[in-house]
Design a protein around this ligand. Structure first.
Ligand SMILES: NC(=O)c1ccc[n+]([C@@H]2O[C@H](COP(=O)([O-])OP(=O)(O)OC[C@H]3O[C@@H](n4cnc5c(N)ncnc54)[C@H](OP(=O)(O)O)[C@@H]3O)[C@@H](O)[C@H]2O)c1
Length: 390
């Protein structure tokens, strides 16, 4: 490692650079006052947008895991960029490139190994990939405490909670309230949900995101993942974390303290804001955003979650009740597979709940001890869920 750099440039890896979080992170970096260098860009399969980024950003290394156009990637011949294929190269590049920060914007449990590799290498992790904490929170936290690296939340609600806590004593927190927009189907009945289409489910009312998180926002499984993420990040028991439906997505989270004060974080829905906060590590760097106009907004409303229609929180209660077990990996893998089935037209919207519930019921939880155990649980669960609908 070369820590004697001549410039003050900060060296960053953007994992999942072609996705919704990845592209917004590159936008935020482009506006920064201090010099950033995207040293490593990675993506899952889409070679064309990745190579476009490589030409613009000129990273030292670029990795694609399972390219959709291997020959275009191999023959791209970008001067100064080492082009590699396969997950192992993503992991070795994280360890070798003398990075200051890794932003993990990979979708799904596919991001877990990279999170662990980052923390093991003692590099701060700006974490959008909530699945890492849901599937293996205790392992991530032990890696972070062993190496001294930090886990910095990028998810808007968790960035909001972190800012509401600031330097307050965590022991004085009574409750965290996480808000949910309610998704595109808020107000519908179970009967109406039977026939919703993929296109309707992807139309999130307030955020523009990748397909998996958009469907999870429609079922409310995204909020389940976020409650678990909050538990891992802020150390509160699940009954200290509540979910409120707030259709305008202006209040991102509220932290209630034992002295009766409740601190809320507000802003127009814009992921560039929490990404900027994570990249600049709390220095309030200037950047583009949509200013909050509360007069024009007129009203901020709050409702209880309709658990009878959207039973995600209830189905996942067993996961909340057994922290530090393989149930988190089962929940995530079952939901990822069910969502993939929905997006391919093989699974109905309401069937997503059934598949996740059945996977949780059929699993005998074990205490989390290793990354291999999480990966094996993930693999077994996916196989089982696929066998139920394919
Ligand atoms: N989007 C948001 O506003 C938002 C907000 C909060 C949290 N998050 C979280 O951020 C994460 C990413 O969400 P997203 O909406 O940005 O997803 P997305 O738009 O679907 O992008 C996913 C990215 O991950 C890449 N990828 C897939 N498998 C990979 C692998 N094995 N290794 C490296 N890269 C891989 C994809 O590459 P290809 O393009 O080649 O497929 C793409 O670049 C999720 O955990 C989500 O829950 C997102």
């Amino acid at each position: 490692m070369n820590r004697d750099r001549k410039t003050t440039q900060r060296r960053i890896a953007i994992l999942g650079s072609t996705g919704s979080i990845g592209t917004q992170a590159l936008e935020v970096m482009a506006e920064a006052q201090e010099p950033w260098h995207p040293v490593l860009l990675t993506a899952g399969k889409r070679v064309a947008p990745l190579l476009k980024q490589v030409h613009q950003q000129q990273p030292e290394c670029c990795v694609v895991i399972d390219p959709d156009d291997l020959s275009a990637f191999e023959t791209a011949g970008v001067q100064g960029t080492d082009l590699r294929v396969g997950e192992q190269h993503q992991l070795s590049a994280i360890a070798e490139l003398d990075l200051d920060l890794v932003l993990n914007g990979i979708t799904g449990a596919a991001g877990l190994r990279a999170s662990i590799a980052t923390l093991e290498a003692g590099i701060d992790l700006a974490l959008a990939n909530k699945e890492s904490l849901v599937t293996a929170g205790s392992l991530l936290k032990s890696c972070a405490s062993a190496s001294g690296a930090r886990i910095i939340p990028v998810d808007s609600e968790h960035s909001a909670v972190m800012q509401c806590i600031a330097d307050s004593d965590p022991a004085t927190i009574r409750r965290i309230l996480l808000t949910a927009s309610g998704g595109p189907f808020r107000g519908m009945t179970r009967d109406q949900l039977k026939d919703v289409t993929i296109e309707q489910a992807l139309q999130h009312p307030t955020w523009k995101m990748g397909p998996r998180i958009s469907i999870d926002s429609a079922t409310l499984f995204n909020k389940v993942l976020e409650v678990i993420e909050a538990r891992e990040l802020f150390g509160l028991p699940p009954d200290g974390i509540e979910v409120l439906v707030h259709p305008q997505s202006i209040v991102h989270a509220i932290v209630e303290y034992q002295d009766g004060s409740s601190i809320a974080h507000l802003g127009e829905p814009d992921m560039r804001v929490p990404i900027r906060h994570a990249l600049h590590q709390g220095t309030r760097a200037a950047g583009q955003f949509r200013p909050l106009d509360l007069i024009q907004r007129g009203q901020l409303t709050f409702e209880q979650v309709d658990g009878a229609t959207f039973p995600a929180l209830e189905i996942a209660q067993v996961v909340m009740d057994h922290p530090g077990t393989t149930l988190g990996a089962v929940l995530n893998a079952a939901d990822e597979e069910a969502v993939a089935g929905f997006l391919s037209g093989s699974v109905g919207f309401l069937q997503i709940y059934q598949l996740v519930e059945k996977a949780l019921q059929q699993h005998s939880p074990e205490d989390l001890v290793s990354l291999e155990q999480v990966i094996e649980t993930d693999r077994e669960t996916r196989e089982r869920v696929r066998s139920w609908y394919l």
